[in-house]
Design a protein around this ligand. Structure first.
Ligand code: G1P
Length: 285
């Protein structure tokens, strides 16, 4: 079985749900406690053994690639002043670790993934949607890579959502369950609650076989008139093993105002240096 070495990060979105903050700043660069949102997804991918990170960017998103570059002036100045470079270490990529391609038009998540096809090539790969900040130990993708070693095929991250929220997610038709692993027998993008086959939703973590790229090449439109990754994945069911893993992790939807605030709170509360101050403040509310 080929290892998962590459991960695609679709980061071309306009972040309109977070305006005006995202007017001139990519949403993936907004701060969660003390680092940009994208750093969390990159850390999670590295922890899972990913060697090559493929950013699918768009116009106005170059600060994402700059962020992971070496900041020569900054480092030279800090070194001269005797300051530690430790705070910068996670934000530096190795030579060639990060590559970027452009999605020239916002045609949907499936299209964004397809834009990375030449770099992904003929091997299984991961996808991380940075908006979904997953807090877990080990991280959600590490848990999925471990499951992949046993199951092979395709694996999506999954989570139960309230029955009235199915129209915000890809929804799974569940087959046999074995602990945290559920066989996937169908997938539908953003169904109305009345049409939803379950309340088991896809979260923004995927391990997919390269055949999905050929399916995406047909550029078929789905929900919202967009080229949907969910529709392409649905076509793999029955041809290849397909499972969902409900990882032991908490998901925060950082594409949404409340989700973003909660992510900040959750991360801060998980840090020994910040927890006392936050708890004191909350106790006075
Ligand atoms: C995307 C996917 C959807 C998935 C969701 C997870 O939707 O299309 O299937 O459930 O991410 O966050 P989006 O949130 O981009 O509308």
């Amino acid at each position: 079985m080929k290892p998962i070495r590459k991960a695609v990060f679709p980061v071309a979105g306009l972040g309109t749900r977070l305006l005006p903050a995202t007017k001139t700043m990519p949403k993936e660069m907004l701060t969660v406690v003390d680092r940009p949102l994208i750093q969390y997804a990159v850390d999670e991918a590295r922890e899972a053994g990913i060697e090559q990170l493929i950013f699918v960017t768009g116009r106005g998103k170059s600060s994402l690639v700059d962020y992971f570059d070496m900041s020569f002036e900054l480092e030279a100045t800090m070194e001269k002043a005797g300051k530690s470079l430790d705070p910068l270490s996670a934000s530096r990529a190795d030579f060639g670790e990060i590559v970027s391609v452009r999605q020239q038009q916002p045609l949907g998540l499936g299209h964004a993934v397809w834009c990375a096809r030449h770099i992904v090539g003929d091997e299984p790969f991961a996808i991380l949607l940075p908006d979904d900040l997953m807090v877990g130990k080990p991280g959600a993708l590490r848990q999925m890579v471990d499951a992949y070693a046993r199951l092979g095929g395709n694996i999506v991250g999954a989570m139960e959502v309230p029955a009235d929220r199915t129209s915000s997610y890809g929804i799974i038709t569940p087959g046999a369950r074995d602990g945290a692993v559920t066989e996937v027998t169908g997938l539908v993008e953003k169904p109305a609650p009345a049409e939803a086959p379950s309340n088991l939703a896809v979260v923004g973590r995927y391990i997919l076989q390269p055949e999905v790229m050929a399916i995406l090449s047909s550029k078929e439109r789905g929900a919202g008139g967009e080229i949907q990754l969910t529709d392409a994945m649905a076509k793999l069911i029955g041809r290849q093993p397909f499972h969902a893993l409900t990882a032991e992790a908490v998901r925060h939807d950082c594409g949404d105002r409340a989700g973003f605030v909660l992510a900040n709170l959750a991360i801060a509360l998980g840090r020994d240096d910040l927890r006392p101050v936050i708890e004191d403040y909350l106790a006075t509310r």
